[in-house]
Design a protein around this ligand. Sequence first.
Ligand code: SF4
Length: 153
Amino acid sequence: MCLAFPPLLIFHNYRLHRDKTFYLTVSRMQTSQPCLQCGACCAHFRVSFYWAETDDVTPGGVPIMLTEELLPWRRVMLGTNRPEPRCLALQGEIGSKTKCSIHPRRSSVCRDFQASWEVGIHNLCCDKARAAWGLSPLTPNSWNSPNNFPKAA
Ligand code: SF4
């Protein structure tokens, strides 16, 4: 059962990397980054996190204007605390082309959510979110990554 918004790992800012060989390798990997054509997890779960992650308390944190209070010690991304959630920070069309508009400033719960098989680990919550949007589950072959092999530990 997906109780919260579990590990999410969507995009990395590889462009800062100056090694050309590395950059070209990663550029190829990015062409098969299924999260950029998905966004289902950002439009399926409630996304709540510890209140102090917002930028009124933590400089560079989650923009507080995109959140609301859930509990005295927790905030929630606007648009996700409802029966048909969709985070207000999500741009684009689910299953086609999507982008987190606050990616460098997203909450810990977003950072921790790991797409299924991205690092060789199956995530049933990723499958569940994709299924809700009529998308088939990701498989190890969805990733053009050297880390997509199954791991025992
Ligand atoms: S903040 Fe970004 S990563 Fe987190 S749910 Fe919203 S769109 Fe998705």
